[in-house]
Design a protein around this ligand. Structure first.
Ligand SMILES: [Zn+2]
Ligand SMILES: [Zn+2]
Length: 107
């Protein structure tokens, strides 16, 4: 997998660690209506994922303490998105077109 922000390449786990270390700004947390959200945006296609932080939403100290954990979960969503939406397309393009091969069957 390739990092959407730089030239880093690696497996999903190493990319996850790389994002957490080099691109922590990819994940934003915000508060609305007394609830805490975290959101992550795909830089390749602009898809935006947003989730409510359920645990300890009434305790601001909890969010600060577990912000790193929240980021890891958000980056996990981004990596799943990259695998589903962007990695597969490259693999499909590399597949040879089997349907185009028509042999003289039955002869
Ligand atoms: Zn990177
Ligand atoms: Zn995307």
């Amino acid at each position: 997998m390739k990092c959407p922000w730089c030239d880093f390449e690696g497996g999903p786990r190493s990319l996850h660690a790389h994002l957490g270390e080099q691109h922590p700004d990819a994940v934003a947390t915000s508060e609305r209506y007394g609830k805490t959200f975290y959101e992550v945006t795909c830089p390749t296609c602009g898809a935006r994922y947003e989730h409510i932080v359920r645990k300890g939403a009434r305790d601001p100290g909890f969010v600060l303490e577990f912000q790193q954990e929240i980021k890891m979960v958000a980056l996990d969503m981004l990596i799943h998105h990259l695998m589903a939406e962007h990695e597969q397309h490259e693999q499909h393009e590399q597949q040879p077109g089997l349907q185009a091969r028509v042999g003289p069957a039955g002869w």
